[in-house]
Design a binder for this molecule. Sequence first.
Ligand code: URA
Length: 252
Amino acid sequence: MLDGRRRACLKAMGIDLWRTKSSGEGSAPALLDPVPLGSSAMPTGATKVEQPVVRTTAALDWDALEPTVASCRACGLHRTRTQTVFGVGDPQAALMIIGEAPGADEDRRGEPFVGRAGQLLTSMLAAIGLGREQVYIANIIKCRPPGNRDPHGEEADACQPFLQRQIELINPRLLLAVGRVSAQRLLGTQAPVGRLRGREHRFDPGDIPLLVTYHPAYLLRRPSEKAKVWQDLQSAHRLLHAQQSVPPAGAN
Ligand code: URA
């Protein structure tokens, strides 16, 4: 039985449990076999650019990584940021959530997902019984792109060692990519979120299970997609607890 708090969270997300269950949408989608990934490999013949940050970042521990990010000037975004947005949560979290980039609120506060979309993300997590402090939340890039434009490829490239090191240090049991930019970047694909969600991928390096769902900012524009996100969260909950005998989120 769902407790009152989770029901309230689902209500905040706009999820109508009765409707989704009776229409069959409340049940978690089957996770398909892992698909081969890594299509982002550099084309043959391309010149490999040596980036010193890659070599040094891979050796950093938590204490050294955050100040390194804070002083980064590897791309032009350092000129317009208020501050870097490193990440927040439990450095030993089983679930790591990866969004796109800080927005205005995050740039001001130095913490990911604290604006309207972030509040929805927090409600979504609560719906599967997780507080923000129990997961780790980070972004593909650590500085706000001006005007909230999509990050450029070279900006994401410059930030990649930082995210990679965060993933290595956390070593989560599950990655959840929220939104197109995050999913496409982590999986090295151009496929839309609608085709990537609903099945288990693997993130390399590390062979870490990865699920994709819609970005909460998209849900604010398209609330009709919230039921799909609820399905994705149930899948995440099930994967996280696969080794334990806890009831699936939303089970009566
Ligand atoms: N959107 C994101 O992808 N990340 C944030 O931190 C905030 C909004």
